[in-house]
Design a binder for this molecule. Sequence first.
Ligand SMILES: Cc1cc2nc3c(=O)[nH]c(=O)nc-3n(C[C@H](O)[C@H](O)[C@H](O)COP(=O)(O)O)c2cc1C
Length: 253
Amino acid sequence: MLEHKSIRKFTDESPSDEVIKTIVRAGQQAPFASQYYSVLLSRNKKHNPWKAPLLFTICIDSHKFELIMARRNWKLTTNDLTLLIFGIQDAALMAENMVVAGRSLGLGSCFLGSALYRADKIAEEYSLPERVFPLVQLAMGYPAEDPHTRPRYPLEFTLFEDKYPELSQKVISKAMKQMDEGYLAQDYYIKARYKIPLEGNRKETFTYDNYSWTEHICRKWGQWYPDPKELLKLFEKRGFHLTRKRKTMQGKD
Ligand SMILES: Cc1cc2nc3c(=O)[nH]c(=O)nc-3n(C[C@H](O)[C@H](O)[C@H](O)COP(=O)(O)O)c2cc1C
């Protein structure tokens, strides 16, 4: 686990059904609040991102849970925001178990966060019923690259025993330096040839000599998706109502 690295280049070898089943079974065995997920699989190599032999789409799934409730003559009362937060935890734990299981069988993988904003398209592609929401995708296959392991924050910026400390400028600088120098040493952004463009009238002052992770992540969360409406709409379209009580369930009240 300490050597984990995302893989974005794959050989042509297709993992066997046995390998796929083992990976998903290992995913299922993750701790859960209510197994509020389903996993979709595409082996359409040509169409999959990075031409990956496998593309898993991990979904929040209320639909199949509600079928169980209906069988027991119960109606879902819990609000969708609560269900979603627990569902995200279930799905994320499952997905990471799949990453680790895949690795132990010689496979590499990489998540794709864009699924969230492509929920409509994915729903159509896989004929998803209402109340199934694609959360994240996981491309997987046998690795055809061996990138560096990416840096992480120092432990002292992550683990706080007994009391959340006041974070001194020195500790913040150390954390930023560890990330930025780590990425620069790997020539990460120069190889990717990608800087997030500055919006508005901000002027670019960074070159690939000093553009690194902390600037990158600031540009992301300092500019993108200011309005939650777009995402809320996507959830609404899939039948999840995050700002109000659900009126009806499966056509009944
Ligand atoms: C929720 C989530 C979404 C991600 N989305 C993408 C993505 O769209 N494209 C990509 O290349 N990597 C994506 N990643 C992979 C991260 O970029 C990667 O895990 C991170 O840079 C750390 O690198 P490492 O996994 O090699 O340690 C995603 C990871 C997560 C957990």
